[in-house]
Write a protein that binds this ligand. Structure first.
Ligand SMILES: *Cc1c(COP(=O)(O)O)cnc(C)c1O
Length: 356
């Protein structure tokens, strides 16, 4: 259970904002951070001293356990601004619930939901001038928790830090993505930590992804680790396949991250009357559908890019092309989701949360 000793948020403001040093038309994703960050320590069996303070480097022992055993989890979410400067979060309850699930799997103490939401709202409101208006612009929010106890003995840490950083990001459209279907490497395994947003899941996929990049692909679609037979997810995005007019995606499992974008797309598609199947899809079925002409679209879904269009997929040295189509589900679902996030449409789902 998550215990907290002192709930009041302590706030230390910057003397002068750095905002005027930033070129908002030339941002590299996740490199520029706002004036403030949130920090809360876990010590003596309880979270304590939730604090908002100036963003900056911190001192840590090189023997802190996170550096040796990778006890680290994170989240990715965004804050959006509408045309009249109102600020919104998108389903923040889902992110705190998920980081706590990830933490549990990594033996990190859970963080109190109310303290998280209070800190997040306060932090976003303090630095809201860093959110640019305009479709696609947003503030990327990065909550994370790390093991800070000093000592290289292989056991769970008794001390942690829970932090939130915020980075202004621009709309980015890098074009459609070429993906390679995994035949050898795995991102996660049954019983493992694939369903947790654990830092190490990313570290483990950089090498196979770099090999795929040498072959001209940007990302990998991971398959099940036992047989490499079923399509799972892209490692930063969940994946959707449209065969005829049915939208298919893999069921979440202990190998697949339960994406907020994935579940939102599923509910939106249902709302639109699109047929949905949440089931295993084999690589063989995908290729057969491509050969018959019934495979119409593949796209990824995740907070960073919302929806990523996939133009090609590679498997066993063959590259299959997916030409652009009329009435694309990806295009229409992306627009509907972004219109909802940017307060351009009604929100029948109750997903949008205003920051005041
Ligand atoms: C974060 C993440 C996603 C996307 O999740 P969203 O909640 O939609 O951003 C998909 N797969 C993995 C492995 C992830 O870490």
């Amino acid at each position: 259970m998550s215990k907290i000793k002192t709930k009041e948020l302590h706030i230390e403001k910057v003397a002068t904002s750095r905002i005027h040093d930033v070129d908002f038309n030339d941002l590299v994703f996740g490199k520029t951070f706002t004036d403030h960050m949130f920090e809360c320590d876990y010590k003596d069996g309880a979270w304590q001293n939730p604090t908002i303070k100036p963003y900056g480097p911190m001192m840590m022992s090189p023997a802190a356990k996170v550096f040796h055993y990778g006890q680290a989890v994170f989240e990715g979410m965004k804050a959006y601004k509408d045309d009249t400067d109102n600020v919104f979060l998108f389903r923040p309850d889902q992110n705190i619930e998920r980081i706590n699930k990830s933490s549990k799997r990594m033996a990190i103490p859970e963080f109190p939901e109310d303290v998280f939401l209070d800190a997040l709202h306060t932090l976003v409101a303090m630095d809201k001038d860093w959110i640019q208006k305009g479709e696609g612009n947003s503030l990327y929010l990065r909550p994370f928790a790390i093991a800070t106890e000093v000592g290289v003995s292989a056991s769970p840490s008794n001390e942690y830090k829970f932090m939130i950083l915020m980075a202004p990001v621009q709309a980015y459209y890098k074009g459609a993505v070429k993906v390679l279907i995994a035949e050898k490497f795995s991102r996660s395994a049954a019983g493992g930590v694939g369903a947790a947003k654990a830092a190490g899941n990313y570290g483990a996929q950089f090498y196979p992804t770099s090999l795929a990049q040498e072959k001209g692909f940007q990302q990998i679609i991971w398959t099940d680790s036992n047989e490499h037979k079923y399509l799972e997810e892209a490692g930063t995005m969940n994946v959707f396949f449209r065969i005829n007019d049915t939208l298919i995606t893999a069921p979440v499992s202990d190998r697949i991250l339960d994406g907020v974008t994935r579940k939102s797309i599923l509910e939106m598609a249902k709302h639109n009357g699109i047929a949905i199947e949440i089931r295993k899809l084999s690589v063989d079925e995908l290729i057969a559908a491509k050969k018959q002409g019934s495979l119409k679209e593949i796209f990824g879904a995740g907070t960073a890019a919302v929806v990523s269009f996939i133009s090609h997929f590679g498997y066993k040295d063959i590259v299959y092309e997916l030409p652009e189509i009329q009435n694309s589900y990806a295009v229409s679902l992306k627009k509907q989701l972004m219109d909802l996030q940017y307060n351009k449409t009604k929100d029948p789902f109750g997903w949008r949360v205003e920051v005041k």
